[in-house]
Design a protein around this ligand. Sequence first.
Ligand code: GLY
Ligand code: MN
Ligand code: MN
Length: 432
Amino acid sequence: MTDRLNTLYSEHIATLKQRADRALAESKYDHLAVHAGAQRLQFLDDMYYPFKVNPQFKTWVPVVDNPHCWLLYTPGKKPHLLYWQPVDYWHKPADTPTGFWVEHFEITLIANPEDAKQHFPANGRTAFVGEGEENPETLVNILHWERAWKTDYELECLRRANVRAARGHRAVLKGFHDGATEYELHIDYLRATDHTEEELPYGNIIALNEHASVLHYYFHERERLDPARRHSLLIDAGAAFNGYAADVTRTYSANENDEFHDLILAMDEAQQAICDDVRPGVSYPDLHLQAHHRIADILARFNFVNLDAAAIVEKRISSFFFPHGLGHYLGLQVHDVGGFMADKSGRTIEKPEGHPYLRLTRGVEARNVFTIEPGLYFIEPLLKELAASENSGFVNWPKVDSFRKFGGIRIEDNLAVTENGSENMTRAAFNG
Ligand code: GLY
Ligand code: MN
Ligand code: MN
């Protein structure tokens, strides 16, 4: 790769070294050893589960599909990569490493996972990080704390992941208008993003009609709906670039003349207003609570609830229509770590009372990356609970019932916080 990612990656590695130097010094270790992870056999079988690499490993080495590797780092020294390359005629061994990143490592090929041990540092204390390893708490907390400030390389990877996801979303929208099934739309998405299913950062959520009311609808229905029964599409689908994830949701109406289409436009406007409020120093829980007021305002304006917005929030009616958090950190993982941390010691910041699904309470700072994903849904079990509650009389049930067939709306963008606002990487990708 000859583009500017090369330069950005050099700076990224320099930052990772500084972070590791600090974390090792503060936790009193001499060396860092990060395991990529092991393959796992399925029960009573000789087949492996899909391999998911340790995020602490892929931040150093942009290799996501080769288990049994190790990253060894000693302050002041070039990082040492133990790279698993077995002699194997049953499976395809990993290719010998090439590309923009290899010059930053001392690379040793190991044929067997057990061979790694002989390369571990002989003297001093080594902090082992990875699944089933020691994971010293002080050190890991510092690494998690610092991960919230994305390097320029990481921001560029996240932009490119968004561009890839936008390609998939466009293909799915076309397929939706052409009458495709959920399963066919899923295949369209994979082809357009050039991902296999295992390479996706999370399972595609491609939901027609009332399926959109299932927040994590991973099923892919094969039955074709006749055109008169196609009402809506919610697609929550991401993509990966060098191990960094995009997490993007759009909702569409099959009929641009219906009121559901107007509801989508109202939600889009609310979502953009929330994005406009993002800047260093704001409180993410406040953004979440304001989102409830904006959604409550929509519930009042569209006559779903016969109360004003303040009363809808005060009586907690908005939570039946918007039952999840406004968003979460994003990066190496779709739900990146560190969102509740008060400081690097691992102390946490509580969620606001009554909002158990909020995933981000930490102060907003430049270089944070998170999603903004408000939703408004018609969820059968929650509506049932609302109907049985003391607030049932405030709800315009015939109107609510007529919207159940649409399932719901979620609009999700990925934002990078800048010095005085934010960069919406998702809108840029769709408009690019
Ligand atoms: N796609 C999972 C989420 O939005 O959090
Ligand atoms: Mn999300
Ligand atoms: Mn999502």
